[in-house]
Design a protein around this ligand. Structure first.
Ligand code: TRP
Ligand code: SF4
Length: 400
């Protein structure tokens, strides 16, 4: 019914690193060729935990957008914007808050987890409890059906689905919905109508999701339906209401595990990162001084790549023959560790070269970045307002 749309956001918490590149940004760059994409800076979400240190958010936001652009996110393909510059997100968050049971928020697993993890900070706040609801508003306001996120965010997407369902259930009613839906079914033609009814029954009685998907495909293909009828038939599949908000699906990025300099996952909190736009000198130095297999004390001691973080980098960056050279050379003490690190250093520098180049233009002329964002915010607001019109009407605050 509604067009495919991808949306994702990132909190501006500091310089991005190669873990973000391999885990998230490479995927965004691919998606922007495949779908209409919206990518935004979740500055309000940053404020839920950084409310007592607001001075960093704005600068982090601009740097992060440059990191995105450096990585190849293309503003002529994707819409890039800043959450707080599209205040409609806050309006939807507020309206959704009216119908969100407190228990749903308290039960989101990240709530207690994060509170415990950041125990030095008082996070028993209204805003922090509402974090997943604000995220739901971010997604639902664009009727985005695909949300690329990591594993840790899946509960938030699931929460968004439940909120959309509840909203549609509460407000998606028309006085004569059922009658109108039945009339619309007939318009599918006898054969299709029969199949639609069968799939609907399957889904409603057995919760069979493949039946639901097949019914969606059927509606997708049906040519002669008005927008209204199509919406009704989508809604009718799942219940007895019109679909105003769209239930999103998580687009799980297959976890490209980028190792950090110490072999653990690359992460700011482990202090083991290489920044996306780190200088070549610094990259070289960091890799040169990387820990290797502790058993290789002397050059003549054989080693085991499995016990060496440098090997993890080869797995990300090296081709088969290089990897064989490492395996063989390390185990036989045929190569030294510095020698072994060279191809890794070269590969990281090569990966970063175009990023530095792309970033330079934006560093030289910050107005370019401001304009990209201003443009993106304007486009995002238009889309957001399309949904908000329906939402305001649904909750009875239309005032026309
Ligand atoms: N909570 C997400 C994170 O920490 C960021 C985020 C905010 C987001 N709103 C979103 C991600 C909407 C996807 C969609 O990573
Ligand atoms: Fe690690 Fe390479 Fe040294 Fe082996 S030779 S210990 S894989 S750096």
């Amino acid at each position: 019914m509604y067009a495919e749309r991808v949306l994702s956001g990132m909190r501006p918490t500091g310089r991005l690193h190669l873990g973000h590149y391999h885990g998230v940004l490479k995927n965004w760059v691919k998606l922007q060729n495949e779908y209409p994409c919206l990518f935004f800076v979740a500055d309000w979400h940053a404020l839920t935990t950084a409310y007592d240190e607001p001075g960093t958010i704005e600068n982090n936001a601009w740097e992060m957008v440059i990191d995105w652009l450096a990585a190849g996110v293309d503003p002529s393909q994707a819409t890039l914007f800043i959450q707080s510059r599209v205040p409609e997100h806050a309006e939807l968050h507020l309206l959704l808050s009216m119908m969100t049971p407190l228990g749903w928020l308290e039960r989101v697993p990240t709530y207690k987890d994060q509170q415990e993890k950041l125990e030095h900070k008082d996070l028993s706040t209204y805003g922090f409890l509402g974090y997943p609801l604000l995220q739901s508003a971010d997604i639902l306001i664009y009727r985005a059906n695909r949300v690329p996120v990591g594993e840790d965010q899946v509960p938030h997407i699931e929460f968004s689905r439940e909120i959309a369902r509840r909203f549609n259930h509460l407000y998606g009613r028309e006085a004569d919905f059922e009658e109108k839906a039945r009339t619309a079914v007939k318009k599918l033609g006898a054969k299709r109508a029969k199949l639609y009814e069968e799939l609907r029954t399957h889904f409603q009685q057995e919760g069979d999701h493949t039946a639901l998907e097949r019914a969606h495909a059927l509606l997708e293909e049906a040519q002669n339906l008005s927008m209204g009828d199509r919406e009704r038939l989508f809604g009718f599949l799942e219940g007895s209401s019109k679909m105003i908000l769209v239930e999103p699906d998580a687009l799980l990025t297959e976890a490209a595990k980028m190792p950090g300099l110490d072999g653990q996952k690359m992460s700011k909190s482990y202090n083991n990162t290489i920044a996306l736009r780190e200088s070549a000198d610094s990259v070289t130095k960091k890799i040169r001084t990387m820990q290797t297999d502790p058993a290789r004390v002397r050059r003549t001691d054989p080693g085991d790549p499995e016990r060496c973080p440098v090997w993890q980098f080869h797995l990300v960056y090296s081709d088969e023959s290089t990897k064989q050279w490492v395996q063989q050379g390390c185990r036989s003490a045929g190569i030294g560790c510095i020698e072994c690190k060279h191809p890794v250093i070269d590969a990281v520098l090569k990966e970063q070269e175009p990023m530095h180049e792309r970033a330079q233009a934006y560093i030289d002329d910050p107005a370019l970045v401001r304009n990209i964002i201003a443009d993106g915010c304007e486009r995002a607001r238009k889309l957001a307002n399309e949904t908000m019109r329906d939402v305001r009407e649904a909750v009875g605050l239309n005032y026309t």
